[in-house]
Design a protein around this ligand. Sequence first.
Ligand code: PSV
Ligand code: MN
Length: 431
Amino acid sequence: MARPVLDPQLVADENARRAADFARDFGELGARLKRRGLEVEALTQRAQAFTVAIPSWGVGTGGTRFGRFPQSGEPRDVYEKLEDCAVVQQLARCTPAVSLHVPWDRPDDPRRLKGAAADLGLSFDAMNSNTFEDHTPGQRSYKFGSLTHTDRAVREQAVAQNLECIEIGKAIGSTALTVWIGDGGNFPGQLHFRRALDRYLESTRAICAALPDGWKMYLEHKLCEPAFYSTVLNDWGTSYVCAKELGPKCLCLVDLGHHAPNVNIESIVSRLIQLGKLGGFHFNDSKYSDDDLDSGSIKPFQLFLIFHELVGAEREKVAGFAPAYLLDQSHNVTDPLESLMSSAGEVQRAYVKASLVDAARLAECQERNDALLALQTLKDAYETDVSPLLAEARRRAGGAIDPVATFRASRYRARCAERRPAGKRTSGGIV
Ligand code: PSV
Ligand code: MN
């Protein structure tokens, strides 16, 4: 039984205040769906079964290279991060797992950490290795790369850091490692493209060889940043070629912010599904670049179209299809816990809406080349407001009908500010 961080009575009281309006809205949605041949009960159960993991680095206030504006009551170590994640899960009820970033979250005692998470009803998602910063005085610098550095000793150090992530992951019950590197060049000529990719393969091969049975390794590509001229793993095609080369344990991870503007991400997703190499997602939203904004805040239709591909693969039982879902956002101006709760809800919303698509009608439209009706078929699903259904999924699991309002009513942040005095910030986030 998970130890609740917030008083369950408060959640029950807040839900009771909304019960009458909510019951009416849920009933009306059920009737509307029924007229379209859809069962609200089955869809609510689908929503309940959906989960997206929380990044440990998402519970602290993020920032940009121009600064960071921390708020009071921020978590100071990995245990307080877990406590915050448990609040998100208690209210949103679709975020039971946490993804750690090492060394930001390097635990002193992994078994104790696992126990602390279990006490809060949480488990651990993929491990993330950070070889894009220098952490330890005296270590070899990653200024000019890590897994692809020209100096073998730096590459070996970066490989060893990934192996440490695997060891920690084994101790806390994780079964995946996500590898994102900041390696690349800021100037034309700085990097020998082919040699750098060869070195990437050599290093990732060594990491892959250390993966225990049942583990996966996710390769995360990114167009640019912090290298602003070229990156070594720049796009999904390169990622696919590497994942294929490295073997069945190795898959591609799609971070929605890691592509050129206007790239059709849903078609990339469909390609990776078809090629059997879609490993998972880092969800966030963006207007211009890797903005790391809240999921669904800028391009909710794109998120829906991505889930249309995912739900289609699920429906068609594509072999080996089991993508991992994680939020990866930087909360610079909002309370991170509010952003995480609402973002998880937006991802879940896209999943449920994609489940409403009349797949048979869409297939017919495609066969007849009826472009207009095909779009309308998607829009019928996209424009259905499933909010009451999502709220019901949360309520049934003991969560909040309105997570953000309930969070505010709990005064959790103010109470954290009292017992977590601002001091030295112990571990990083996206800054
Ligand atoms: C890089 O932009 C990234 O998306 C990677 O997933 C990192 O692990 C994460 O953000 C945090 O910096
Ligand atoms: Mn990411």
